[in-house]
Design a protein around this ligand. Structure first.
Ligand code: CO
Length: 250
């Protein structure tokens, strides 16, 4: 059973620099920062409504995340789903024939975690986690709303996520896109050719509870963005490789 998107993982060159944007400009509160040796990273979780953003700075160039950074640059790396029992979830995934990286849970920044192979989810690297019981995340003015995924055939990728994780589809008005509910947020799966040919995670959308203040912060920090009346799209050059859409309304 999947309860929510626990976090979206973002690879960055330096945590300190990424903090300037994600904490300083967007105002996301820090939940936890630690070195995760077996993943070769220094990582931080920042609260974003019901979900979190995980920033990952590689400790060495020859680690998996270091190689990702060298090959692809900064940007979206994985998505993590919250499950009440990571061990039994993993067993279920294995029984369904999903290709796994971790055959048993191990400690990570989000609690007990395990990774599936990206081949299991049409190129999306998925982590599952059971968080340790601690106080709920600090409140934030930004809430994660959607993770956008590019796919060759959105209906097929959607069916795969539905089958592996028991996610419910959200009806769309026809067209080639598909949407799946994950707690209070959703996965939006779009044809890869709508998003420059990208297969896998392409963008995150948020809702802001104080849009005017956010716009002021973006201006103050000279963030490159396309500004509309109810929505702003941040240039990935300013957001460490992540396409960010932030809207004023749900
Ligand atoms: Co993670």
């Amino acid at each position: 059973m999947i309860r929510r998107i626990h976090h979206a993982g973002v690879v960055v060159r330096r945590l300190a620099e990424a903090y300037r944007f994600y904490r300083g400009v967007l105002g996301l509160p820090l939940v936890r920062e630690a070195e995760v040796r077996d993943q070769g990273v220094r990582a931080a979780l920042l609260a974003a409504g019901d979900s979190e953003i995980e920033l990952l700075e590689p400790l060495a160039a020859d680690s998996a995340v270091g190689r990702f950074l060298a090959r692809r640059g900064e940007g979206l790396h994985h998505v993590c789903f919250d499950t009440p029992d990571v061990a039994s979830e993993l067993e279920e995934l294995r029984a369904k024939g999903a290709e796994l990286i971790d055959l048993a849970p191990r400690p990570g920044l989000a609690g007990q975690i395990a990774f599936l192979h990206p081949r299991a989810c049409d190129g999306v690297l998925v982590e599952i986690a059971t968080p340790q019981d601690d106080a709920s995340a600090p409140p934030s003015l930004l809430r994660m709303k959607r993770l956008v995924i590019g796919a060759e055939e959105p209906a097929r990728t959607s069916a795969r996520f539905e089958a592996l994780f028991g996610l419910a589809t959200i009806p769309m008005n026809g067209g080639p896109r598909a949407m799946l509910a994950v707690g209070r947020s959703a996965l939006l799966i779009v044809p890869a050719d709508e998003v420059g040919g990208t297969h896998g995670m392409v963008a995150l959308s948020f809702v802001s509870d104080d849009f005017p203040a956010l716009m002021e912060e973006l201006d103050r920090a000279s963030v490159k963005a396309l500004r509309g009346t109810g929505e702003v799209t941040v240039d990935p050059a300013s957001s460490h490789g992540v396409h960010l859409h932030i809207s004023r309304y749900e």
